[in-house]
Design a binder for this molecule. Structure first.
Ligand code: FBP
Length: 259
């Protein structure tokens, strides 16, 4: 089995991200989704292709044999107030492998004054992951004072290109906001699958699904989303609609009819 087929269906992936407890803190959570079990249950029940979390959540809640795990091996908090983010490794690739993860995830803040450290660290993580037959997924987010527009087509295409240059098995980026721009973003990654990150929950679910449809039509290989699913009033219905668009290629109108 090749590294990516562990969490791809019909060449696409629907990934549920739940590392926001570290990245943003509990401010993203309510009484229900503050409980990792609530979110892990959505991932299993709604047949997500993978669940992405930090190691503590995985060690305490995730079990082998369920939804495949993508273990984030670096991260930082939102309490850091400076403009040049740095997220250092906090978990070894070997530990991710021992836990049973199918892949490791690593964030590089492209354009940050600290990017060199993250680029070097990702280089090691990628080699270690491949030696253990695990995929290495790059979260490539443009950040820092030098980055004027973090969702411009040029900047995001640079981020996906890094996925190819650095040997990532997939690269996850923010949406440019337009299908045409995202086509270039996908093209810049060559053969490396591109996933769209969700972002804050939209007021209207249809707006979110329209973004997802736009990135899929532009050639993306899936989405890795969190808040738009587990903050939804009806996470099961949102997940079903997402899968219809991402995996089955349905239109937004067709997806919105699903209950
Ligand atoms: P969301 O769909 O909730 O935005 O999650 C995607 C994600 O990449 C998470 O894995 C991560 O915690 C978060 O976005 C980081 O977002 P940001 O760096 O923009 O605060």
């Amino acid at each position: 089995m090749d590294r990516m087929s562990r969490f791809m269906r019909k060449g696409k992936s629907l990934i549920l991200a739940y590392d926001q407890g570290l990245e943003h803190g509990p401010t993203d959570f309510n009484e229900k989704n503050v409980d990792p079990q609530f979110v892990l249950d959505i991932a299993g029940r709604c047949k997500f292709d993978a669940f992405a979390s930090q190691k503590g959540v995985a060690e305490n809640y995730w079990r082998k044999g369920g939804v495949p795990l993508i273990l984030k091996v670096n991260g930082k908090t939102a309490l850091y107030g400076g403009s040049e983010p740095l997220a250092r490794q906090n978990c070894s690739v070997k530990h991710a492998w021992e836990l049973g993860a199918a892949a490791v995830g690593y964030t590089v803040y492209v354009g940050s004054a600290n990017e060199a450290e993250m680029l070097a660290e990702f280089g090691r993580v990628q080699e270690e992951a491949h030696a253990l037959d695990m995929a290495a997924i790059l979260w490539a987010y443009a950040r820092g004072a030098s980055v004027k527009n973090d969702t411009s087509r040029e900047v995001i295409a640079y981020a996906t290109r890094l996925g190819l240059e650095l040997g990532a098995d997939a690269v996850k980026v923010k949406y440019t906001g337009d299908k045409e721009g995202f086509r270039w973003v996908v093209k810049a990654a060559g053969r490396v699958p591109v996933y769209m990150a969700g972002g804050p929950k939209t007021k209207d679910e249809q707006d979110f699904l329209t973004q997802v449809k736009g990135c899929m039509e532009a050639g993306a290989s899936g989405v890795a989303v969190g808040r738009n699913v587990w903050q939804s009033d009806n996470p099961d219905r949102t997940s079903k609609r997402l899968a219809a668009i991402v995996i089955d290629g349905k239109s937004v109108e067709q997806a919105m009819k699903l209950q």
